[in-house]
Design a protein around this ligand. Structure first.
Ligand code: CMP
Length: 137
């Protein structure tokens, strides 16, 4: 069993895709273990995306992630990290395969609807960033 952090980003929340995306998660067989809506400050987003702090897109990314509410979820299942990434599709919606969430709900690499952890160590950090022990045991 593996856990991963999923985010429904402010673009997708603003476009009222929360229900559709959660439906797709549940249909995929991944279990939702925790779920919450958050309103990040830019500082919160900077802490979450600290691994990208030297990238040219960091300022835009953190401004976007703090521009409106987002939904954070802890997903669980066998190979949950890979399965959630496959369901999302490529980072850039233009490159994402048909039927993936980013293809369907994303509009650009900056506004790509969803986020997922990329490895076990980042999943552990990202899950602990949003969920306390009371919410996720
Ligand atoms: P996400 O999976 O949330 O991880 C970092 C985000 O930075 C990524 O999705 C994109 O939305 C955004 N981003 C913007 N430009 C780039 C880029 N050139 N490479 C990767 N991610 C980018």
């Amino acid at each position: 069993m593996q856990r991963t952090l999923a985010i429904i980003k402010p673009d997708a929340v603003g476009a009222h895709y929360v229900g559709s995306i959660i439906q797709r998660i549940e249909a995929s067989g991944l279990e939702i273990r925790a779920l919450r809506m958050v309103n990040l400050t830019q500082k919160d987003a900077e802490g979450f995306y600290a691994v990208h702090k030297d990238k040219p897109f960091f300022a835009g990314l953190t401004a976007f992630m703090s521009s409106g509410p987002a939904v954070v979820l802890a997903l669980e299942g066998e190979n949950a990290i890979r399965r959630w990434r496959d369901l999302m599709g490529a980072t850039n919606p233009e490159d994402a395969e048909a039927g993936t969430l980013r293809k369907e709900f994303g509009t650009s690499i900056d506004r790509n609807a969803t986020h997922g952890s990329d490895a076990e160590d980042t999943a552990a950090y990202e899950l602990s960033y949003f969920f306390c022990g009371l919410e996720l045991r």
